[in-house]
Design a protein around this ligand. Sequence first.
Ligand code: GLY
Length: 256
Amino acid sequence: MFTRAIVRPPSQNFADGLTTHKGQPPNHKKAQEQHESYCQALAKCGLTLTHLAPDEAHPDSTFVEDVAVLTKNTAILTRPGAKSREGEVANIRDPLKTFFKSIQEIQSPGTVDGGDICEAANHYFIGLSQRTNEEGAKQLAIFLAQSGHTSTLVDIRAMKTILHLKSGIAAIGEHQLVVMEEMADRPQFRGYEIIRVPPEETYAANCIEVNGQVLIATGFPKLAAALANQGFQYRPLEVSEFQKMDGGLSCLSLRF
Ligand code: GLY
């Protein structure tokens, strides 16, 4: 069960953040509205929210998940792989100190983006990506082991379709993984019950389960039907403006 989440609304210059999208930039007002609905949904799932101030110095900072990996007792500050995001870590340290006695930190030359880390009960999948390097993954695995957690690496460096591991996978329920088709047969996921996300709905693989409710992006009927078939309650949320900045539902909060 989660009881809390930390969120940071998009800053006015949110559209200046990193993105691979070539189309229309995100609309700030719309992004704010979508963020508010997201926060309301988390609150309805029973979470008490800590709202941080928008941070114009870091336009990607609304994707607050990337700067920390949380276990029950320890907060591990990451070291984001994109230069423009490095400064986001300093701004999450104090809020996390409020809730976690034990704080660890990834050190140079290690890099880790929280979006590459998928928690599945006591186990963590660590994505090796353009943002999370082998040194960062190694340091993180040691911190996780010290907190009593196992981990395995999932190398997505050759994949062109996703930014982070969690752009293509989510752990939900007791032992289920929602996985984009392209990654669904990876040996690391054997033993889990896999809900496959067809290629045309890949973006929807970035869903989150919060206390029994699965939040999914709107407009992805095949995943919605698959979740319903498996008996999951789901709530669709509009996150179009965050999608334009390569972000999604998991990236918008730290849940613990
Ligand atoms: N825009 C999110 C990221 O690239 O980190």
